[in-house]
Design a protein around this ligand. Structure first.
Ligand code: GLN
Ligand code: ZN
Length: 769
């Protein structure tokens, strides 16, 4: 039996890579210094895994920005707009220019597009392909890093995204071809890489093909057959570990099992039934091994050894231990680095800490699982590691910290009327028109106003105890009041308080909800040097006290205009946290929904007539396989409705969504039944609205009229054009006027100018209609 790691976090336990990259970009350290930091991280990671005695230690899992971009550079798929820059710059600077764009004296190139890596919160740089795309071995990073590890005495398993998945991850930049057609052009570069690695005595190569977990066309599926047969023909001695993760092979199983590879890696956390499917199918060739991904690479919970050992035993009984590898479910880049660095007993109490494992601890888990699998039953029971694991997991099942019978009873007692407003939208609308008295094309914003360095410094000082609660609150009040006054002067119809008291739209709520805790150093790479530190939902969620009422009430007291209450919705809170694995996600989401519902009801009681429940993450929660969508959408929509339905008809519920496409989920968006939805729209020139129009979306809608990601101030004429476009497809009495998203990343100067233009655009629309 062997242990097999798919990838180790590359940000460094103390985010060394982030810090060094940002210093390099700011011109404060040299390329050599940055390269040294990278080398140190790799060396540390390899040594750590070698010391733990991992059998298959990955290399080329390191990246200065993104592993997909690394591969794009490796195979020389460099878009034309960077060719000039490539001539006069180092390949490191070319690489960063592709990732981040580059603006220097005479050169100005935009970055490549970025998108989510499957259903994770990691973002990769999307390869761009042209019809006559040429590939060549442009960078030897994978070979260099294999040699680098060899030089310190560690033989690694180079990791590479497989050719089919690489092409599918990309985008066609011109018409008239499908990117999978480029396979013949791409494969020779892969052969060259494998040739070079073989010449250096590489034994195992991991090829990641996560697209095997998705719904594929026949053409895409047969590409796998072609590629892996060719590789096998040319490199019969290389041991190819074909890694699939994030879901089952599904209908691709038969194709996959026929591929001539050395080992299949299975994500048994996401899909534990596939082991049975494979063993029972009788289609696994007798010389092929299975890498059992039993340790969750995407969450922070300690493994359940009892459960994992059962799975491993089943596989060993069927195949023999020589054909089994023990692994994390996917690369550990989706886990924080090291639980040992969590020393704050107040937030992460020893009781909670014993339930957790980060990347370093997960490496240990696969090692211990291998040892325990090789021991007889009595030795297992005597093993101290086993005992500790059982105790921790038992404790978690019964801990008072986790289980709150009131919350469970409340969820169990949800009735059919709890997720329904009192009246249907048409009736609510009449009441709201009377109660709110808003003009046509009402103007509003999405919630946040600029989070200036000053505002952030208040929070930092408050946390450090350098500001008293009173002093901090006074400052936030002043900022809020100034923002209300600005909105009044500008003539905005529905005001917001500005969200100055919030660090982050999920953390702010997590800090006030029971069942959540926070790590000090639990960073996970989101993209490039950006890391996120998701809250940890460890127990039943409830809301001990109102969370936002004080600030909304304060803001409303300042003005006769309506001030929108501002909340984050249950699906988004769930999606952007580490979620417990001892109950279905839907259950946790429902608990959060009830907590938000209480807040909505309290806001209404405090006189807030318009309440926005942000759900930007609804779409990203969609499962990878289409056949699972309906189930997810059912509970996600229901959770939103539960959170929104405790109020009277004359209270107007808004929701907001950004970075979304709505084509295939418009029915569910309509089912959410928010009185008003605001969406990001300006960059698509209102095209996103077409699906609402075709669907005859009945409720009100605010298509974003300007892009908040850019400091550029749009003119009212531009916005009028967009609003005219919107009016052509949506009845005017259903339309709102607002920016694409919150303004927290913008400066005040541009924000003020842009909103003045926006109000002018709305006024012009009112007079011309
Ligand atoms: N209300 C939040 C804000 O304005 C919404 C953020 C988001 O959609 N991502 O910042
Ligand atoms: Zn948004």
């Amino acid at each position: 039996m062997k242990t097999n790691n798919l990838g180790y976090p590359r940000i460094g336990s103390n985010r060394e890579l982030k810090k060094a990259s940002e210093l390099y970009w700011a011109g404060k350290i040299s390329a050599e210094e940055l390269i040294t930091v990278g080398k140190e991280i790799r060396s540390k990671n390899w040594h750590l895994q070698a010391a733990a005695k991992v059998d298959l230690i990955p290399s080329n899992d390191f990246s200065f920005y993104d592993q997909v971009l690394d591969l794009t550079l490796t195979v020389g798929a460099i878009p034309v707009r960077y060719h000039e820059l490539a001539k006069n710059n180092s390949s490191l600077d070319l690489y960063f220019a592709m990732a981040r764009g580059s603006q220097k004296e005479d050169q100005d190139v935009v970055a490549m597009e970025m998108t989510k890596w499957f259903d994770t919160n990691y973002h990769y740089i999307v390869p761009e392909f042209t019809k006559n795309q040429k590939f060549e071995l442009f960078s030897e990073k994978i070979i260099d890093e294999f040699k680098e590890a060899n030089a310190i005495g560690i033989k690694t398993k180079p990791v590479l995204i497989g050719p089919v998945s690489y092409l599918l991850l990309g985008k066609e930049k011109e018409e008239g071809f499908h990117r999978i057609d480029l396979l013949d052009a791409l494969l020779p570069v892969y052969f060259e890489i494998l040739e070079k690695l073989q010449a250096k005595n590489a034994e195992y190569i991991q090829l990641d093909e996560p697209f095997l977990a998705l719904n594929l066309t026949d053409k895409e599926r047969s590409a796998f057959t072609k590629v892996y047969n060719e590789i096998n023909k040319r490199f019969p001695k290389l041991k190819i570990v074909l890694a699939n993760y994030f879901d089952c092979f599904g209908e691709n199983l038969e194709t996959a099992l026929a591929l001539p590879v050395n080992t299949f890696h299975l994500d048994l956390v996401r899909c534990h039934l596939q082991l049975d499917d494979i063993l029972e199918s009788g289609k696994l060739a007798s010389n092929v091994n299975l890498s059992l991904g039993v340790v969750d690479g995407r969450n922070i919970w300690k493994n359940d050894f009892k459960k994992s050992l059962k799975i491993i035993k089943k596989a060993v009984d069927a195949l023999g231990e020589n054909r089994i590898l023990i692994a994390p479910s996917c690369s550990l880049i989706h886990s924080p680095c090291d639980l040992d660095l969590e020393t704050n007993d107040e937030t992460l109490t020893p009781e909670i800490k014993q339930w957790l494992a980060f990347a370093k601890q997960k490496i240990n888990e696969i090692i211990i699982l291998k040892q325990l699998s090789a021991s007889n039953e009595i030795d297992v029971k005597d093993s101290i590691d086993y005992e500790r694991n059982v105790i921790a997991n038992e404790n978690r099942k019964t801990s008072k910290l986790i289980h709150n019978s009131e919350v469970k009873a409340r969820v169990a007692g949800i009735t059919a009327s709890d997720d329904k407003r009192k009246s249907v939208f048409a009736a609510r609308r009449k009441t709201q028109i009377e109660a709110l008295n808003l003009p046509l094309f009402p103007t509003t914003t999405i919630g946040s106003f600029p989070q200036t360095a000053e505002v952030r410094s208040w929070r930092a000082k408050f946390k450090k105890g350098e500001l008293t609660t009173q002093q901090y609150n006074d400052l936030i009040e002043k900022e809020t009041e100034a923002t209300i006054r600005f909105q009044e002067e500008t003539g905005i119809d529905v005001l917001v308080h500005g969200e100055f008291e919030r660090n982050d739209m999920v953390e702010y709520f997590g800090e006030q909800l029971a069942g959540f805790t926070f790590t000090k150093n639990g960073w996970v790479q989101s993209y490039g040097s950006r890391c996120v530190k998701p809250p940890v939902i460890y127990g039943d969620v409830s809301r001990p006290n109102p969370m936002t009422v004080k600030w909304s009430e304060f803001a409303q007291s300042l003005t006769p205009k309506w001030v929108k209450g501002m909340l984050t919705g249950p699906v988004t809170i769930l999606q952007w946290s580490f979620v417990r694995n001892d109950q279905p996600r839907s259950e946790t989401c429902t608990q959060i929904a009830l907590a938000i519902r209480d807040e909505v009801v309290d806001l209404e009681k405090a006189g807030i007539k318009i309440i926005q429940i942000d759900e930007p993450a609804i779409r990203e929660g969609l499962p990878l396989r289409k056949e699972e969508w309906a189930k997810y959408l059912y509970w996600a929509v229901k959770a939103f409705r539960i959170s929104a339905s405790g109020v009277n008809d004359d209270t107007q519920i808004h929701t907001h969504m950004c970075y979304s496409e709505f084509n295939d989920i418009i029915q569910s968006i309509a089912d959410m039944d928010a009185d008003v939805i605001t969406i990001e729209c300006s960059r698509s020139q209102m095209e996103l609205l077409d699906v609402f129009a075709d669907f005859k979306y009945p409720n009100e809608i605010g298509p974003g009229v300007y892009d908040i990601h850019s400091p550029r101030v749009p003119s009212s004429q531009e916005m009028v054009k967009l609003l005219e476009k919107a009016s052509a497809v949506i009845p005017v009495d259903q339309l709102w006027v607002n920016p694409d998203c919150g303004l927290k990343t913008r400066h005040w100067d541009e924000t003020k100018k842009a909103l003045i233009e926006m109000v002018a655009a709305a006024q012009e629309m009112r007079t011309t209609i």
